[in-house]
Ligand binder design. Structure first.
Ligand SMILES: Cc1cc2nc3c(=O)[nH]c(=O)nc-3n(C[C@H](O)[C@H](O)[C@H](O)COP(=O)(O)OP(=O)(O)OC[C@H]3O[C@@H](n4cnc5c(N)ncnc54)[C@H](O)[C@@H]3O)c2cc1C
Length: 313
């Protein structure tokens, strides 16, 4: 493999990376995908809101995607990439079986969710404890839903979930007492407020049963909370990609085509975009593939002209 030159190396075989790889392989580009095998929604049993794939296990989509990439000659390799280097004409990636050279690099490594430090929350993550109403709200409709605040946006989350259930319980936890206006709007919509420190989540036979406060326990069937987003962007940062800070933390900057500030290096999906759900990641992967292919075509034209001028044709 070391001697091979690929057109594109993709790091990350989730929806974003595989979608980009599929379009590029179909464009007859030589593509290699490296994947560590732990997609963000890997904890969920089913995926929702993805047209044509609603209710499908997330892993089934990715297994099928891998086969589709391979069907057009793309390679999909299991393994985590820790290092890549950029040179004048492309990139080098330290793959599991040696160095792989490629003309372009797409990083699609996703993000990691950090949960509030509450006993039992992690254990039910992706099942009884969820984050996204569009992904999991329908299946929890009419449940008694506890919203554990992880910041001021917890109040918005409680209001939003009200359309899925009449039984919403808002736990301010250590975010503190909502302001008078917020209390009025929550109460006006029939959202109960349970004040106090959340100590733990109680469950039985794998099902969430209650939120335990210091002095009492409140029955719930499902918990929604917010997570701290940690983009898995170390490769990009090590390559010197430009970043920006916003309310959600620090993110690598890409242009509308997914191009980073580092020559030959592109990024797509949750690693650079918090809003990139599965459908958006699939679309963004396809979009970036077109832009990367156009960049390679420009490079192909320049190469042909150089050879023509040198009389090598
Ligand atoms: C609990 C939960 C449920 C969700 N349910 C839904 C849903 O129902 N519908 C929906 O649309 N969205 C859902 N989402 C959001 C969805 O998971 C993301 O939108 C989607 O996974 C983003 O795709 P991605 O390709 O950017 O990243 P990911 O899917 O996270 O894929 C990134 C891939 O890169 C690999 N990787 C990371 N680092 C490296 C490295 N250094 N080297 C090699 N490989 C690496 C990872 O192993 C992973 O396979 C859910 C999220 C969560 C947390």
């Amino acid at each position: 493999m070391a001697a091979d030159l690929f057109d594109v190396a993709v790091v990350g075989g989730g929806p974003a990376g595989l979608s980009a790889a599929l379009s590029l392989a179909r464009a007859r580009r030589r593509v290699i995908v490296f994947d560590a095998g732990d997609p963000r929604n890997g904890v969920a049993e089913h995926m929702h809101g993805v047209l044509g794939h609603d209710g499908v296990p997330p892993t089934s989509l990715l297994e099928r995607g891998r086969r589709e990439v391979e069907q057009y000659g793309g390679l999909v390799v299991d393994g985590r990439i820790e290092r890549a280097r950029v040179g004048p004409s492309g990139v080098e990636v330290d793959g599991p079986s040696g160095v792989v050279r490629a003309r372009r690099l797409i990083v699609a490594t996703g993000l990691r969710d950090g949960l509030p430090a509450i006993t039992g929350l992690q254990e039910h993550w992706g099942r009884g404890v969820v984050v996204c109403p569009y992904c999991d709200g329908w299946e929890r409709r009419n449940h008694t839903i506890g919203v554990i605040a992880a910041g001021p946006q917890g109040i918005d989350q409680a209001h939003q979930l009200r359309q899925w259930s009449d039984e919403i319980v808002y736990f301010p936890n250590d975010v503190g007492e909502p302001g008078a206006d917020a209390v009025r709007t929550l109460e006006a919509r029939g959202i109960r407020i349970e004040r106090g420190r959340v100590r733990a989540i109680r469950s039985s036979e794998g099902r969430v049963e209650a939120v335990e406060l210091d002095d009492r326990s409140v029955a719930v069937e499902t918990i929604f909370t917010a997570t701290t987003l940690h983009p898995r962007d170390r490769l990009l940062r090590d390559l010197g990609a430009r970043t920006r800070d916003d309310a959600d933390g620090s993110w690598v900057v890409v242009d509308p085509d997914g191009r980073t500030s580092v020559e030959h290096v592109w990024a797509v999906g949750n690693v650079v975009d918090r809003r990139s759900n599965v459908s958006v990641s699939l679309g963004a992967g396809s979009l970036i593939a077109g832009a990367v292919n156009a960049d390679l075509t420009a490079d192909d034209i320049a190469g042909s002209l150089r050879r023509d001028t040198a009389g090598e044709r």
